[in-house]
Design a protein around this ligand. Structure first.
Ligand SMILES: Cc1ncc(COP(=O)(O)O)c(C=O)c1O
Length: 434
């Protein structure tokens, strides 16, 4: 105990408040304004008692919401027994996560690598596996795709924003127009385009790649790129395209996975099975770090030492993941996501404002695109709306890795129908006078 009667490491409310200016001074980056002290489900509270509706699930990761009691209890139990074991050992929770992921992933995806702790490194692992397996190099990524923030994943990302300040990038990215029908790169419409955006990838492979293509990495719904939902048939055609050319198709389900679309994986929602699925974010329900790369038997073979991180397969995170997977797989849980999602989607679609350009999404992965009166994208109005929502206690994000003109809504999947209405009401208030 210290002279002030607290144990070392204790952060009482008072000391947190007193420390905040020093923290601002010490932080390398700008700190947010609010100091959060508690969370439960969709809600978090700051030190002054102000309540926020967290419509982005932390960092899109808290599928079970803040501090889900079953997750917290499992983590506490595990912490009493064993906090960490390296992946050269088995533990009961990591074994169970392996079993559950193999069971819940689409048929044929039944081998699981748990040795990454986050989405960027899981995607890098998937790319390494594809390169190992095919002996080829390049990676195809749709425009606006977001694979992560490491130098390698930023080299592949479907936007230049994360590359521009840094001198070196990995070669070998082939970026292709995405299925953004609302603003189609080819100026076509989904009813008559014949999925041109898949067929034309052939030209990029022929003229813009190294000629040696290992993988295509695609988010089934482009998340931070602007909540872009592909048209019917897009992913199935992509599947055929990759199979015909021996390209490993990777679904980055870091945002779409674990119930977000109302199915365990978006692959199930769209009825398309890739060769690899990467997941992280939602895997532990209430926010512990863990990622998985789920592959087919055929892709097994890359030696274990080629991809593994200290905190991959973390024992505490695995205990949280077991509970999360058991909850997310329940049909009634997934049905609830679909119901709450459609209530929120329909309510948002019913709002009227000239700046509302398109409201789109699946399950509880929704996006609201804003435009200027001339129809051009409006990051300005999106940011203003986001601020007005924040003033009403609704936490959202703008599509910062896309064009910044889409408000992203990904509330925890435990959002009640009543709270879905509340979010829509506040959205309407925030739009008023925008
Ligand atoms: C689709 C997608 N992939 C990968 C990542 C990177 O995950 P992480 O931040 O855990 O490295 C993110 C993060 O936002 C993401 O949205």
């Amino acid at each position: 105990m210290t002279a002030h009667g607290t144990r070392p490491g204790d952060l009482g409310q008072e000391s947190a408040r007193q420390g905040s200016q020093a923290a601002h001074d010490a932080a390398y980056y700008g700190l947010g304004d609010a100091l959060l002290v508690r969370g439960e489900g969709v809600r978090v509270w700051d030190e002054s008692g102000r309540e926020y509706l967290d419509c982005v699930s932390g960092t899109f990761n808290l599928v079970l919401g803040h501090n889900h009691p079953e997750v917290v209890a499992a983590v506490k139990r595990q912490a009493d027994e064993l906090v960490f074991a390296s992946s050269s050992f088995q533990t009961a929770p990591t074994n169970r996560v392996l079993e559950l992921l193999a069971e819940l992933a689409p048929n044929g995806l039944d081998r699981v690598n748990l040795r990454s702790a986050g989405g960027s490194t899981a995607n890098e692992g998937a790319i390494k596996m594809a390169q190992w397996h095919t002996g080829k190099r390049d990676v195809v990524v749709p425009f606006r795709g977001h694979l992560g923030q490491t130098i390698a994943t930023a080299s592949y990302n479907g936007t230049s924003r994360m590359r521009e300040p840094f001198p070196y990038h990995l070669p070998g990215a082939v970026r292709v127009p995405d299925a953004y029908c609302h603003r189609c790169f080819y100026g076509k419409t989904p009813d008559s385009c014949g999925l041109w955006c898949v067929d034309r990838i052939e030209d990029f492979l022929r003229y813009a790649s190294s000629g040696s293509v290992a993988a295509m990495v695609v988010e089934p719904i482009s998340g931070v790129g602007g909540n872009i939902v592909p048209p019917p048939g897009y992913l199935a055609r992509l599947r055929e395209f990759c199979t015909e050319r021996g390209i490993v198709l990777v679904f980055d389900e870091n945002q779409t996975g674990l119930g977000r679309t109302g199915s365990v994986f978006a692959a199930d929602h769209f009825g398309v099975t890739p060769d690899v699925i990467t997941v992280s974010k939602g895997l532990t329900g209430s926010g512990l770090p863990l990622a998985a790369i789920i592959t087919t038997e055929e892709l097994v073979g890359m030696p274990r030492s080629m991809h593994g991180f200290t905190y991959g397969g973390h024992t505490l995170s695995a205990a949280a993941a077991v509970v999360t997977l058991e909850i997310v797989r329940r049909p009634e849980f997934l049905a609830h996501v679909r119901e709450a999602g459609s209530v929120l989607l329909e309510r948002l679609r019913a709002l009227e404002h000239p700046a509302l350009d398109e409201v789109r999404g699946v399950g509880l992965m929704l996006g609201v695109e804003l435009a200027e009166p001339d129809g051009s994208r409006s990051p300005r109005l999106a940011t203003a709306l986001q601020e007005r929502l924040a003033a009403r206690g609704v936490v959202t994000r703008v599509s910062e890795h896309g064009e910044g003109n889409v408000i992203e809504l990904r509330p925890p999947l435990v959002l009640s129908v009543e709270d879905a209405h509340l979010v829509a009401d506040r959205f309407g208030e925030a739009l008023d006078g925008l």
